[in-house]
Ligand binder design. Structure first.
Ligand SMILES: Nc1ncnc2c1ncn2[C@@H]1O[C@H](COP(=O)(O)OP(=O)(O)OP(=O)(O)O)[C@@H](O)[C@H]1O
Ligand SMILES: [Mg+2]
Length: 576
């Protein structure tokens, strides 16, 4: 437990290191503020005696300016202290936030979606905020108050050690109590943080479905759902206060007990004339003075424990294993991709989404994946850029396992238009060149023309510089698809995967894009997923997927004759 706390403090200090100059200035200013306060308090007596008692009235004129200087200095140093300490604490918090965010980018897709998004966001924002106070105040408090306690202890011990010992016989109770309460606070804090994460997530999720809610009119049900999460948060927040205030009350009660013991035993000693009333008063003052800094220390300890709880949660994310590949640089396929007895499921508890997939995707051909909704088409193509790895079986590019390629270079082979294209709230141009940062203006326009996007982009308020999401600007599903296609046409990757890439386009536009795609035939590996079989019937090879298994493969004509599922799919779509 102790070593845990110790290693926690050590880690926090390793984050402070980049800010050590600011930290040092802040700490120096804190010490200066204490020194000035101490000095001015101490100076009252000699100054008062010198000027008024010993009647050196000619020096009186120095007193008001002296006061002004002291208070100005005090203000100045406490401002500097607050400023630099905040600079350190916020700096460290931001550093941790950045680390967490970076970590999220490099986690396997599955890990990231398992931690619900709200929880992850909560860790990045709330848990990191939890460690800020300890950087701002707690370390200072521990530093300063420990010194105070130590010096007062020495004074008391030198006066009468046995009386002091009796007074402090209660301290173990405080330590023990603070430890237990600290542990409980930490646990409650963790659960409260979980509840906050859940709250963020729920709110996000619910408001995402606002149209459905409005249509169904089921406001009460939704409000109830949200209230439940609020209740959880309420419960744990109250518990935190209970334990935190509990440790304060414990100190109060024990202070009373300590006072009673000292007065009892001290009074007894005075009556027996074993102690002078003056010495007794001095010890009593020292002891009573000690309890306030001790209370602050106890509070600092609880704060430290709370921060440690938050840190544990941050650590859980930081320690997750990042996705990793091999050292080989990936190359455009010469033979193709080979799936060998591949099995995949999204999580342990769920059943197989892909079962015993054996499949060869020849290089530089157009291949199509068809099959009913939910049969596993999107999942299958997601295995190629290693968004997911199969639990069983192997996937090769030419003769090398996908896992042996450097992951970045492997992914650079692919251009994908996903079922629901995602665009950033950046300008259209920035969205496009994400795939190819060095692209020229002409290249961009050419790609957009191919994807039939140029026309609508030109009509936007600022053309290619229009920022998506700004002033409520949002694109239609088909427009997004065309931008995503343009992104692929711009990058011209060796492997192009189109997952329902033209599903939201009208037939004329779709036809035009088909023709554009024809330019890529022969020198690019193209994988098309489509429900409209008119899009796939020209493919060199078609695979039919059903319930996670490849049930047939061949050309359009062959499948029409051989595969009843394909024939049914084809006939149904022809009717529509
Ligand atoms: N992220 C996920 N987590 C858990 N299960 C998932 C996830 N994505 C898909 N599935 C499940 O995997 C199965 C296959 O889904 P997939 O998206 O691959 O189907 P699909 O063939 O692309 O369907 P569609 O034609 O509707 O796009 C489905 O049963 C689905 O419920
Ligand atoms: Mg799909």
């Amino acid at each position: 437990m102790k070593s845990d706390l110790f290693s926690f403090i050590k880690t926090i200090f390793s984050f402070i290191r980049p800010f050590w100059k600011k930290f040092f200035i802040g700490l120096t200013c804190a010490v200066l503020t204490s020194l000035i306060t101490g000095f001015s308090t101490w100076a009252i007596k000699p100054v008062f005696n010198f000027v008024f008692v010993e009647k050196h009235y000619e020096y009186f004129k120095f007193v008001p300016p002296f006061l002004i200087i002291i208070f100005t200095l005090l203000g100045f140093f406490s401002l500097l202290q607050a400023y630099f300490m905040k600079a350190v604490s916020t700096g460290v918090v931001n550093l941790v936030r950045l680390e967490l965010f970076k970590k999220c980018l490099f986690l396997p897709v599955l890990k990231l979606s398992k931690q619900t998004t709200g929880q992850t966001v909560s860790r990045v924002i709330n848990d990191t905020a939890q460690i800020e106070p300890i950087l701002g105040n707690t370390f200072q408090t521990i530093f300063k108050e420990s010194l105070t306690v130590l010096s007062l202890l020495i004074v008391a011990f030198l006066q009468k050690w046995d009386l002091t010992l009796i007074a402090f016989s209660t301290v173990p109770i405080i330590i023990f109590g603070a430890k237990i309460l600290g542990f409980k606070t930490r646990r409650a804090r963790k659960l409260a943080q979980n509840a906050t994460g859940e709250l963020t997530h729920k709110m996000h999720e619910i408001l995402g479905g606002i149209k459905e809610i409005k249509l169904s009119g089921s406001y009460e049900k939704i409000i109830e759902l949200f209230s439940k999460e609020l209740d959880k948060f309420y419960k744990w927040s109250l518990k935190i206060t209970k334990y935190r205030e509990g440790s304060k009350s414990l100190v109060d009660a024990v202070t009373g007990l300590g006072g009673a013991l000292v007065i009892g035993y001290g009074g007894y000693l005075i009556i027996r004339e074993a102690l002078s009333p003056g010495a007794f008063l001095s010890i009593l003052t020292a002891i009573l003075l000690i309890f306030n800094p001790m209370r602050k220390l106890a509070k600092a300890y609880t704060g430290l424990k709370e921060a440690q709880g938050a840190w544990t949660r941050i650590q859980e994310v930081l320690q997750l294993e990042e996705e990793k590949g091999g050292n080989l640089k990936a190359f455009p396929p010469k033979k193709g991709f080979l799936f060998k007895n591949v099995y995949f499921k999204y999580s342990e508890e769920l059943s197989w989404v892909l079962k015993d997939i054996n499949l060869f995707i020849p290089a530089n051909k157009v291949i199509a994946l068809v099959g009913p909704s939910g049969s596993g088409k999107t999942t299958l193509v997601s295995l190629l850029p290693r968004f997911y790895d199969p639990q069983q079986g192997k996937i090769y590019l030419d003769n090398t396992l996908l896992k042996d390629f450097d992951i970045l270079s492997l992914r650079s082979l692919f251009g994908m238009v996903l079922q629901e294209p995602f665009l950033f709230n950046l300008s259209i141009k920035e969205n496009l060149i994400m795939a190819k940062p060095e692209a020229t203006e002409e290249e961009i326009i050419k790609a957009c023309k191919l994807a039939k996007a140029h026309e609508f982009i030109e009509k936007l308020p600022k053309g290619y510089d229009t920022v998506l999401g700004e002033e409520g600007l949002s694109l239609s599903g088909g427009q997004k698809q065309r931008l995503a296609l343009a992104r692929v046409f711009l990058k011209k990757p060796p492997v192009i995967i189109l997952d329902e890439a033209t599903s939201q386009l009208d037939t004329i536009t779709e036809q035009a894009i088909q023709e554009a795609l024809d330019n890529f035939k022969g020198s690019y590996t193209i994988i098309i997923i489509a429900h409209r079989l008119s899009t796939v019937n020209k493919a060199d090879r078609i695979f039919v997927l059903d319930k996670g298994q490849i049930v047939a493969e061949g050309t359009h004509q062959e499948l029409l004759e051989r595969c009843s599922l394909y024939k049914n799919l084809y006939l149904t779509f022809q009717k529509t």
